[in-house]
Structures are given as structure tokens and as C-alpha cells.
Write a protein that binds this ligand. Structure first.
Ligand code: HEC
Length: 471
């Protein structure tokens, strides 16, 4: 049975070939007044039988679950219609000229829909992509994904006993990958249903490198553009949300533990308790991390913030969470703050040395002077905010700034010049600003070491919320 299903792509060529020849002979006979009728009758009979066989094998293939049901349906009904058309052609020879026209059309449509199922939509006009999995391309895709990671991996886990693989990663693999990578099927010679199989990898070898998501195909294939041949899950299948991708990334980053994972033993928490109102979680976290500070190599001398100060900041509506880059570091998110009043900045200043990450997205009331107090800032997100060219000149005073997001701002060539003086800056997000092509080239020339993310990232609505990077 299953073999018959797998033979479908092979079997479909028979009805197509035979019925096309029959149609052409019908038309030649009509135009040139020759008599091919007995051959035509035989061909149509053969073609009808082949079409029925192809329909049956196609049906068996469709219930194997390899293809998305909604996509299959259209092809399936056109296929059945075509078989039906061939049968009608056989029994109503008096009308064969007109019927053959419709049959020819139906064959073309069915074949095209089938091709889309096998090779992906637009396969006719699109050059087949070579898998350009170059490290540089992945890195830019990854930094785009990381940007999302920061904003999406928001969850609080109270239990100290925490099994990140069992609790978080496995359900994702189950719902999105098992269909092709488990005991049922081993596409790419890969199974993802046990620890041993995941560690073994697929036909290209290892897919998991603990601590290195970019090197791990288990992660890097997820962030490839969807039209790339190696994008997983293949295009047309149910896609991962950016949050699910973020979970897999984090899990690999923290060493891909299959067993229990001690929540507080590392500076890279799986879950940042970014949700305000969970102060106690954050406290246990923050103090615990500082208790372990001696275990963690430090690049910067920094004492943990006072829990009371953190509470006060949170009382003003700010979200506070641990920053990944330093055990005592904190990330401030202003998303729930109505107005950036002086009291807010006063409270935030109490933890100013601990703030390494700051998110001021979509704010129209930013006074750049206030930011200058946070001299340890490493990441600053000002996307879609009111920052101006002249503000950037002041930001040069932040000596540790490594990542700056200016997406969707009014920054132009004038302001961007100031960035060349930001020695620590490594990554700049700059799409949809007023920057001209010349300005961009000038910046690249002045700072060849800077990673500039200039592509567009767009989100579809929540459910189909997948990452798209348009080059
Ligand atoms: C509809 C089937 C399908 C689904 C679902 C699917 N894959 Fe795949 N996967 C394939 C195919 C086919 C290949 C082989 C691609 C090739 O080598 O050209 C593959 C190959 C891979 C490889 C490379 C293996 C190797 O060493 O060559 C990885 C890694 C992978 N998939 C991960 C995943 C992950 C993770 C998921 C779930 C998020 C997933 N796949 C979901 C069909 C699928």
C-alpha cells in the first residue's frame, strides 16, 4: 500500500503522457480529416485507467501525512476530475473535440498543482535556491532572531527543578518535526525522538553542538529563509513561531542539557522573568546569580543591585530582568511605562550601573540626557522612537555600547556620522530610517568591523508568526 503511495510521482507521468497524445491526435484528426479513431479510443481507455491508478496512489500518499492537507485538497480534486474527464471522453466520442480541450486544461492544472506540492509554490518561475548556508548569512539571520529572542523569551518558572529539554524543547520537536524525523520516518537520515538520536545527527553528521547554536543545524536550519531548500520544517509545513525558535536557541546556548537544569547556576537563564509583578522570582534570581559571581568570568567589576532598588524601579512600571552578558547585569524595558517622568528616571538611576540593556521601543518622549547616566549600557534599543540626529552625538558618551537599534527612526546621514566614533559598537540595526544609500556606504567604509543589519524583518499575525528576512 505504502509503496503504491510512494510511486505516485512516477505513476502520474503515464496518464499525462497518454492523454496528451490522445488529445493531440483528436485535434489532428479533426483538422486533417484523417482516421485515427481506433488508436484514439485505445489511448483514451489506457489513459483513463492510468489516471484512476494515479488518483488512487495519490490518495494513499496524501494520507501518509507527508503533505499539508489543505494544500493537497485542491490537487486531489483536480486529479479526480481529470480521471473522470478521461472516462467521459471514452464514453462520449461524439463530443470528443470539446471534451479533449477541457481534459487537456485539467491535466495541465493538476500537474501544476502537484508540482507545487513537490517542489514548493512558485517552482515554475523561481530559480532553485542553492543552500547558501554561509556563516555570514546565518549570522545576520541569527542576530535578527536574537533581537526577537530578547523580546519573546518571557516566562517565569517557579520550580527549581527544571527540565528544559523535556518541558520546552521536546514538545516543539514533537509537534513540528516528528512527522519526518522519528520512528515513523527518517528524512535526511535524522531522528529527533531520543537523546541518542539527536546526538547522533543525520546524513550530514552532527546537528547539535552544545553551546553553539549557529554551528548546530538543529537551530541554524530553522532560521534560514523559508524558501531555502534546507529551511526546517520545509516550506508549506507548519512553521515554528519565533518564540519556539528562541527556545531551541537558548537551550543549545546553555549547553543543550537533556536532564535537569539548575535554574540559578548560570548567567544565561533560560527564562528571564521579564514580567513585572514577579519581583520575588527576580530577586531569588538576581541574588543567587550574584552569589555565584565568583564562578563566572567577569569582564567588568559590578556589584549586584539592591533588591529594594529593583523593587522601586518595578513599582514605576518598568520591567526588570537579568541581562545575559554579566551576572549582576540587568535589562530595563519601558514598554509598560506611560510617561517618562523625572521620578521614573530617578528610580532607575539607583540601579544605573547594573543596567546593561535598555529597551525604549516606540517611545516618543525620550530625553537622551537621561540615558547618559547609564554608563555601562551595552545594548540600547531605540527602534521607532523619537531619537534625532543630534541625540546620537550625545550617545557617543556611552563607552560600552555594543548594540544599537535605530530601526524606524528619523536618523539620517548627518547623525550616523557620530556612530563612527562609538568604539565599542559592534551591531547596528538601521532599516527604515532616513539613512541614504551613500550614508550607509560611508558608514561601512568608516567602520568595516560593524555588523549593520539593514534588512527588513516582518511578522505575520501571531499563529503564523515566523521570521522573514527579506534581503
Ligand atoms: C515534512 C517533513 C519534514 C519536517 C516536518 C521536518 N523536516 Fe527536517 N528534513 C526533512 C528532509 C526531507 C530533510 C533532508 C533535506 C536534505 O538533506 O536535502 C531534512 C533534514 C533535516 C536536517 C539535516 C539532517 C542532515 O544531517 O542532513 C535537520 C537538522 C532537520 N531536518 C531538522 C528538522 C527540525 C528541527 C524539524 C522540526 C522543527 C524538522 N527538521 C522538520 C524533512 C522534514
Amino acid at each position: 500500500m505504502e509503496l503504491l503511495g510512494h510511486l505516485h510521482p512516477f505513476l502520474v507521468h503515464f496518464p499525462i503522457g497518454i492523454l496528451v497524445i490522445a488529445c493531440v491526435m483528436i485535434w489532428i484528426q479533426a483538422i486533417r480529416k484523417v482516421d485515427y479513431q481506433s488508436s484514439i479510443t485505445t489511448l483514451v481507455l489506457l489513459g483513463a485507467m492510468a489516471a484512476i491508478l494515479a488518483s488512487i496512489s495519490g490518495y494513499i500518499l496524501s494520507i501518509s501525512g507527508d503533505y499539508e492537507a489543505s494544500q493537497v485538497a485542491l490537487h486531489q480534486w483536480w486529479g479526480i476530475g481529470t480521471s473522470f474527464g478521461a472516462v467521459i471522453l471514452y464514453f462520449f466520442q461524439a463530443y470528443q473535440k470539446i471534451i479533449s480541450l477541457f481534459l487537456f486544461l485539467a491535466l495541465a492544472i493538476t500537474g501544476h498543482l502537484g508540482g507545487e506540492l513537490t517542489y514548493g509554490a512558485n517552482y515554475l518561475f523561481e530559480r532553485k535556491k542553492t543552500s547558501s548556508t554561509t556563516q555570514t548569512k546565518l549570522q545576520s539571520l541569527d542576530s535578527a532572531q536574537q533581537k526577537i529572542t530578547i523580546d519573546t523569551s518571557v516566562q517565569v518558572v517557579n520550580s527549581a527543578k527544571y527540565f528544559p529539554f523535556q518541558d520546552e524543547v521536546l514538545p516543539i520537536l514533537k509537534s513540528h518535526c516528528f512527522q519526518c524525523h522519528s520512528s515513523k520516518k527518517q528524512k535526511g537520515k535524522l531522528r529527533l525522538d531520543t537523546e541518542a538520536f539527536i546526538k547522533k545527527g543525520g546524513k550530514e553528521g552532527k546537528i547539535l553542538w552544545e553551546g553553539n547554536p549557529l554551528k548546530s543545524h538543529l537551530y541554524s536550519y530553522l532560521i534560514l529563509p523559508e524558501d531555502d531548500d534546507l529551511h526546517m520544517p520545509p516550506s508549506g509545513k507548519k512553521q515554528l513561531t519565533s518564540r519556539q525558535i528562541a527556545i531551541i536557541r537558548r537551550w543549545i546556548e546553555i549547553g543543550a542539557p537533556f536532564g535537569v537544569y539548575p535554574m540559578h547556576a548560570t548567567a544565561y537563564p533560560m527564562h528571564a522573568s521579564d514580567i513585572s509583578g514577579h519581583a520575588s522570582d527576580l530577586f531569588s534570581h538576581a541574588s543567587d546569580i550574584s552569589g555565584h559571581a565568583s564562578d563566572i568570568p567577569k569582564t567588568m567589576e559590578l556589584a549586584a543591585a539592591e533588591p529594594a532598588d529593583i523593587l522601586e524601579v518595578k513599582a514605576h512600571g518598568l520591567s526588570v530582568s537579568p541581562a545575559a552578558s554579566h551576572p549582576a547585569g540587568l535589562s530595563l524595558n519601558f514598554v509598560n511605562v506611560k510617561n517618562l517622568d523625572p521620578p521614573i528616571w530617578q528610580a532607575a538611576k539607583k540601579i544605573q550601573h547594573n543596567v546593561l540593556v535598555m529597551k525604549l521601543t516606540k517611545r516618543k518622549d525620550i530625553q537622551v540626557e537621561e540615558l547618559l547616566n547609564f554608563t555601562h549600557l551595552q545594548q540600547l534599543n531605540l527602534e521607532q522612537s523619537n531619537v534625532q540626529d543630534k541625540d546620537l552625538e550625545r550617545l557617543v558618551q556611552l563607552p560600552h555600547l555594543e548594540q544599537l537599534n535605530l530601526y524606524g527612526t528619523a536618523i539620517s546621514d548627518q547623525g550616523i556620522k557620530a556612530l563612527t566614533a562609538m568604539k565599542a559598537l559592534k551591531v547596528l540595526y538601521i532599516w527604515q530610517s532616513k539613512l541614504s544609500q551613500e550614508g550607509l556606504v560611508a558608514l561601512k567604509t568608516a567602520r568595516p568591523d560593524l555588523t549593520i543589519v539593514e534588512g527588513k524583518i516582518s511578522f505575520s499575525p501571531p499563529d503564523t508568526n515566523r521570521l522573514k528576512v527579506i534581503k
